[in-house]
Design a protein around this ligand. Structure first.
Ligand SMILES: [Zn+2]
Length: 344
């Protein structure tokens, strides 16, 4: 039987000087493992015609000399990351995940520094020269435009979650609807959502405040996609900024699907605990966090009492406790009734 190799295993092999070619020759590679392998081959071939320019010889930090930071900020490597920020911004705008000047994106660029999008610019029309370099306290180090006012949240995630290489924040309407209701979407319905996203809800605080950032960062250990109550969504990726953006597509498509399902007048078919366990195994092999990792099948809720807004109990509900937040359930039921009434 062929073995499955994840990106994490490729990284470990490279780090320990193992034989990557031999290990991957007859194995099945996960999509991110394929990316890791391609990056590794590019780096071995040298950067001559590689798509991604090589990073600085030594890792920069906020205490690096100003000239060194400026040189990096104007280097081909930083330029490639700035282009990625622009490209993700364009996709966010095209899919109507951002409104006005809303949304912001960041990429870790050293020990405690990050490249990020500027404030007061539509994410759909950014240019590489608009981007900013900041330290992890939010002080701007390079760039002519002022950095986003919501940068603290991105930096607090990166500080608390060392694996976070990129973060993405936007206001996609269906997902934000759940955030306004204060509800994580119900689980156990679509594989992509179970495998790639780990969703939680952070309480509302004024955008841009350190307190907001802290509440989000508190969840970043076990969750890569966080609904910000009455505001929007922020995600982080251990791979790259496009992957952080993919969480948004996956979450938003899922929230739309859940609402369509809720209107069909029939209880949805959901995964069995065994089916969910299989998906969680894939998730774990991809290095994606989930509070359900390590739980036994019998502890995984199978949503058999599904109504709009009912989420898996994680961990399983203690004996004799009341049902899942009955007040929230009632609120969702009322909203669903209203929507249905308006459609008549
Ligand atoms: Zn926002």
């Amino acid at each position: 039987m062929k073995t499955v190799i994840s990106a994490k295993e490729i990284e470990d092999l490279i780090a320990t000087g193992g034989d990557v070619d031999a290990a991957t020759k007859d194995a099945i590679l996960t999509p991110s493992a394929k990316d890791a392998l391609r990056d590794y081959s590019n780096s071995r071939r040298g950067t001559g015609n590689s798509a991604s320019p090589s990073p600085p010889a030594r890792v920069l930090n906020s205490r690096s000399p100003k000239a060194e930071l400026e040189a990096y900020f104007n280097s081909p490597h930083a330029h490639a990351l700035k282009e990625q920020l622009c490209e993700v911004g364009r996709r966010l705008w095209q899919r109507a995940y951002v409104d006005g000047n809303g949304g912001n994106i960041a990429i870790r660029a050293g020990e405690d520094i990050a490249l990020c999008t500027p404030t007061l610019v539509s994410k759909g029309f950014m240019k590489p020269e608009d981007m900013c370099l900041v330290d992890f306290e939010g002080n701007q180090l390079c760039g002519t435009k002022k950095r986003t006012s919501e940068i603290l949240m991105h930096l607090q995630i990166m500080k608390r979650q060392p694996k976070a290489v990129a973060t993405c924040h936007c206001h996609p309407p269906y997902s934000t609807g759940f955030a306004v209701a204060g509800l994580a979407p119900p689980t156990c319905m679509i594989p992509e959502y179970e495998v790639f996203a780990s969703v939680a809800v952070a309480p509302y605080r004024t955008p841009g405040t350190p307190e907001m950032g802290k509440l989000v960062a508190d969840l970043a250990d076990k969750h890569n996609t966080i609904l910000m109550a009455n505001h929007g969504v922020v995600s982080w990726s251990h791979n790259n900024v496009e992957d952080a953006y993919f969480k948004m597509e996956i979450l938003e498509a899922y929230c739309r699907t859940v609402l369509v399902t809720a209107q069909l007048g029939k209880s949805p078919n959901t995964f069995t605990p065994a089916q969910l366990q299989d998906l969680l195994k894939i998730k774990q092999s991809l290095g994606i966090p989930d509070p359900r990792h390590g739980l036994k099948e019998c502890e995984l809720c199978d949503n058999d009492q599904w109504r709009p807004g009912v989420a898996c109990a994680v961990p399983a509900k203690p004996e004799g406790s009341a049902g899942y937040d009955s007040e929230a359930e009632a609120a969702v039921q009322a909203i669903t009734d209203q929507i249905l009434a308006q459609m008549k």
